[in-house]
Design a binder for this molecule. Sequence first.
Ligand SMILES: Nc1ncnc2c1ncn2[C@@H]1O[C@H](COP(=O)(O)OP(=O)(O)OP(=O)(O)O)[C@@H](O)[C@H]1O
Length: 494
Amino acid sequence: MSLFDGALMNTELSKRTSIFGLRLWVVIGILIGVFIVFTLFLISLCLVSRRSRRRRRSHKLAGALDASKEIHTIVHLPAAHGVLRPPAPAKVPEHRVVVQCDRVSSEESKGSGCETTSSFGSGSVGGLGLGPGSGSGSGPEVSHLGWGRWYTLRELEDATGGLCPENVVGEGGYGIVYHGVLTDGTKIAVKNLLNNKGQAEKEFKVEVEAIGRVRHKNLVRLLGYCVEGAYRMLVYEYVDNGNLEQWLHGDVGAVSPLTWNIRMNIILGTARGLAYLHEGLEPKVVHRDVKSSNILLDRQWNSKVSDFGLAKLLCSENSYVTTRVMGTFGYVAPEYACTGMLTEKSDIYSFGILIMEIITGRSPVDYSRPQGEVNLIDWLKTMVGNRKAEEVVDPKLPEMPSSKALKRALLIALRCVDPDATKRPKMGHVIHMLEADDLLFNNEHRTEGESSRSHRDYQLEHKDSKLDKRTDGGVIDQSEDASSRNHHQPTIRR
Ligand SMILES: Nc1ncnc2c1ncn2[C@@H]1O[C@H](COP(=O)(O)OP(=O)(O)OP(=O)(O)O)[C@@H](O)[C@H]1O
């Protein structure tokens, strides 16, 4: 380019344009700048979409967990005896409570240290006969935990039809539960944990440690687990008649199949399972999430407490301050919710709420009810205080219980939810009181032909309830059986 051309270009570039009177070179500069920014934007857009595509692919490989979000509870049960099937779960909103607590306790380390001192120790799961080395297939073969069975992913996929949606039994806070059948015909429930959340993996370890060694007829038995790649699964015995929440709040028609007798048996079985956790193990186990959906039922209506995902081993005699309060809204004991202070008395509180739920057929918190009835415990205390105890009974109950049996059950429930945790009875004591009630009920049942009595007859007959109001809103039964006062710690039955 000649000197002349250069000077010409300079003059041309310096000319003002019609765009805000900017010089031509400024406009060209701006255009180049915009072009560069636009190109960079396109490149970053490409990178982001490629990464998300890759992530989606890895999610699929990790167990079709995305799809699981859309799967709500589906009850898939083999037809047994061609009779009752557990109803689909009611649409009662339930909220897991996870509250951060300021207090980080030095006892936490004490608690975890205890876990190794369990008297159930490092032996294999009794009766299973499956210790280290029992795994099969190409996966890891030895359970480092020294108990139970390490299942391969292949085995569990074969058992559950490749974790297919048709085999989904339900979905909880930590994962999806599938029904499966092992090659030897054993029915299992496989809980596929949502391991993409750090929380679930942690719960998995806690659960494996805590339940693996525990066996009781009223506790759902953990048969083993699977840790392979991204998978974390727990394998349980399959309990084939749904959960209590479904039977209490699901669509069962006008009359519930849960008679008073069955309900009391469910309460007693649950109490026995919890008593074993609290008083039959060293270190003791606090369940931390006692609620109706965690009470599974078999075809004979025997109850089995499930979901020890929140369980934590405790040192005997020690309370425990956790950094997180976990449980389900409506069931959590006030002291635990407020301070994170965890003892077995928190389970007793939740158990008291559960008894109320079983008697009334109402959820612990139900916003669809009129004001004053939303909170089950408050409503029940008011009703009992107003001598209307008989009106709290589940209207779907096929027959009314005797006045004494009802009052006894209510009394136990109210004692369990005493605001003062130290005043709540131990689970062994609860069993003692319930067993006395059991006798009472059976005797009355024989003599009075109770099942034929209607709600109305009952109400007329028992207007003068002897339940008296206590200052804290609880009640005391003046006709309390002396046997429950002279309480001896019962032997825990296994
Ligand atoms: N061993 C089992 N046998 C049969 N069904 C089971 C078994 N374990 C769990 N279920 C069912 O699977 C569903 C999900 O259970 P899960 O324990 O994961 O959650 P949840 O108790 O409903 O809720 P959360 O996670 O808040 O405790 C429930 O309907 C429960 O009845």
